[in-house]
Design a binder for this molecule. Structure first.
Ligand code: GLA
Length: 375
């Protein structure tokens, strides 16, 4: 028995690049999902959640594969992880999973990956000690892709498992996902990320405008990216290095989708170069804001309410701001001078109130550690 924790994430830069084999740069949030796990001997799994006290479940592990769509959506994450371990041949005698956490739900901060990764690290320690991190990330992602039915990339799960305190995680998904040993490196690197030293803070504004990836718009973007890659005759948009190549795509929408991915990969590299050189991170602000414009105009995953938040924080003196995560609502992240944080927060609240939009949840974050045992 024990308790394990896994964090949510904010992407500093690198959105909708993961399923295009590109680059991404997330940090882990200080907010986590906790999983207290205890093995059972009756072949059943019990799942309870402090946030949903009315809905515990007790099901036979052997029934998991057929149960899928008949359990509440949130519960498919933990059950999906159990099912995936079992599918991969790890014998489980049964388990109790008690969940609790404070990663905002539906805010684009990867609360689902925090949930599945907290369960995955717990199950590894209880039943499958030798599963490497790389496989654990795949297990958590498979739960989301196959059991919940959202075709996400592996950004969120990789961030939840691999991030370390004080660092952003540079992911090179093509290398990370490669099965060819020796050809590629391990595909990730920890990049020091300390804004405080420069008198800066990372401010997150959860717009409370719900974000939901199961309605098909996320999947549609994936399909468009695959179609754009096919139009260029490459296996993934990662293979396209120059934005000029994108102009060869005849279809206008696909051309814009591809342009976002190609320029977003370039933005990740530019941000990492600045951070690696130990330069003033104020310099990454304009790159973040350019990333937002690209998600808004070329990838079309922002919303007017999210755009309003970006405009408001910039007008209040933020150095840069962008939407976070899959899009269609959710959160905005901004780089702000510590001395201005309160002013920025007040300005956003005033602006949203003036437009009759929901009062946001505003908080600052530092780069926190990835999944770990806590008790
Ligand atoms: C969601 C998905 C990730 C990634 C982001 C966009 O968070 O789960 O795999 O695609 O959207 O960067």
């Amino acid at each position: 028995m024990g308790t394990w924790a896994a964090p949510g994430r904010v992407t500093v830069i690198g959105e909708h690049t993961d399923y295009n084999e590109g680059y991404a740069l997330p940090i882990a949030l200080p907010m986590v999902v906790r999983c207290t796990a205890r093995s059972r001997t009756d072949g059943r799994v019990r799942v309870g959640s402090r946030q949903r006290p009315d809905q515990p479940a007790l099901v036979a592990i052997s029934d998991l594969a057929t149960l899928r769509m008949r359990v509440p959506r949130w519960m498919r994450y933990p059950l999906g992880v159990v099912a995936e371990f079992t599918r991969r041949g790890f014998a489980m005698s049964g388990v109790d999973l008690e969940l609790d956490g404070e990663v905002p739900i539906g805010a684009g901060l990867a609360s689902s990956a925090a949930l599945s990764c907290a369960v995955a690290v717990a199950l590894r320690d209880l039943f499958a000690g030798d599963v490497p991190d790389r496989a654990l990330i795949d297990i958590a992602r498979a739960a989301e892709n196959d059991y919940v039915g959202v075709p996400t990339g592996l950004l969120d799960q990789a961030a939840a498992i691999l991030c370390t305190a004080g660092h952003a995680l540079l992911l090179d998904i093509r290398e990370f996902a490669s099965d060819e040993p020796g050809r590629h490196g391990k595909g990730y690197e920890h990049i020091p990320f300390d804004l405080e030293r420069f008198g800066l803070e990372l401010l997150v504004v959860d717009t409370k405008q719900p974000h939901e990836l199961v309605d098909g718009r996320y999947a549609a973007r994936r399909d468009e990216c695959a179609a754009a890659a096919a139009a260029l005759g490459v296996t993934s948009l990662r293979e396209v290095e120059s934005s000029a190549d994108v102009d060869r795509i005849a279809e206008e929408v696909l051309r814009r989708r591809a342009r976002h991915v190609v320029t977003e990969n370039q933005r990740v590299s530019a941000v990492v170069d600045t951070l690696r050189a130990g330069g003033d991170p104020r310099g990454i602000g304009s790159i973040l804001t350019a990333g937002h414009a690209s998600l808004r105009d070329d990838f079309e995953v922002s919303t007017p309410g999210v755009d309003t938040v970006v405009e408001a924080v910039m007008a209040a003196g933020a150095h840069g701001a962008r939407m976070v995560g899959g899009g269609f609502g959710g959160s905005v992240v901004a780089v702000v001078d510590c001395a201005r944080t309160e002013f920025v927060e007040e300005s956003v609240r005033r602006r949203l109130a003036g437009e009759a939009l929901p009062d946001p949840h505003v908080f600052t974050v530092v780069a926190a550690p990835g999944a770990r045992p806590i008790v």
